[in-house]
Design a protein around this ligand. Structure first.
Ligand code: GAR
Length: 204
């Protein structure tokens, strides 16, 4: 069975959605390790409560590559096949990305390439877009920039606040992240330039 390494820094709702899908038998994988970059992350506590292998690796005051080497060691020790960033609020070094080529996924709360970086939902509201959404993509050496596996769109309503829009986007995040993981783990895709093209027999 393929082994996932989940990296998070906060609430951990995407992590929970993935764990739920695995629990329900809808995703054929196991969570080998959950790594939190923050000691206080609620996601870390949830991982412990679920009886998962959960590691706290505080990133505060550490140089990027020093931290990334620790991260890679923990992932390798746990024989992780796929690294899933789930609200991991830290930039990864080129060195780290090269250790796991096309083996790192990220979820971002916008329709990339619009609104990369922090506070994507706020950026979307400020810009006045009528359609927002979320993206699961491979991680490359640039911020929120690698080939896109799946996206989901949600309407922006006139009365939306950052909170209401974020909640509507989050529902879709929880849905598409597990789907994207399934596609990647099953290997039913190929990458042509920037395009992730799914194999014809992938019925999602
Ligand atoms: C999610 O909305 C995720 O898309 C976002 O952080 C939130 C984490 O929530 N990630 C980024 O903005 C990455 N640039 P969660 O901890 O409940 O999964």
């Amino acid at each position: 069975m393929k082994r996932l390494g989940i990296l998070l820094s906060g609430r951990g709702s995407n992590f929970q959605a993935i764990a739920d899908q695995i629990g329900a038998g809808a995703l054929d994988a196991r969570i080998a390790v959950v790594i939190s970059s923050r000691t206080q992350a609620p996601g870390l506590e949830i991982a412990h409560r679920r009886g998962l292998n959960a590691v706290c690796l505080p990133s505060k005051n550490l140089e990027r590559e020093v931290y990334d080497r620790q991260l890679a060691d923990v992932l390798r020790d746990n024989q992780v096949d796929l690294v899933c960033l789930a609200g991991f609020m830290r930039l990864l070094s080129g060195w780290f990305v090269r250790q796991f080529p096309m083996r790192i996924l990220n979820i971002h709360p916008s329709l990339l390439p619009a609104f990369p970086g922090l506070d994507a939902q706020h950026q979307a509201l400020d810009h006045g877009v009528k359609i927002a959404g979320c993206t699961v993509h491979f991680v490359d050496e640039n911020l929120d920039a690698g080939p896109i596996v799946l996206q989901a769109a949600v309407p922006v309503l006139d009365g939306d606040t950052v909170d209401s829009l974020s909640a509507r986007i989050l529902e879709q995040e929880h849905r598409i992240y597990s789907q994207a993981i399934r596609i990647v783990l099953e290997g039913k895709y190929r990458v042509e330039g920037r395009r992730v093209v799914r194999s014809p027999d992938t019925a999602y």
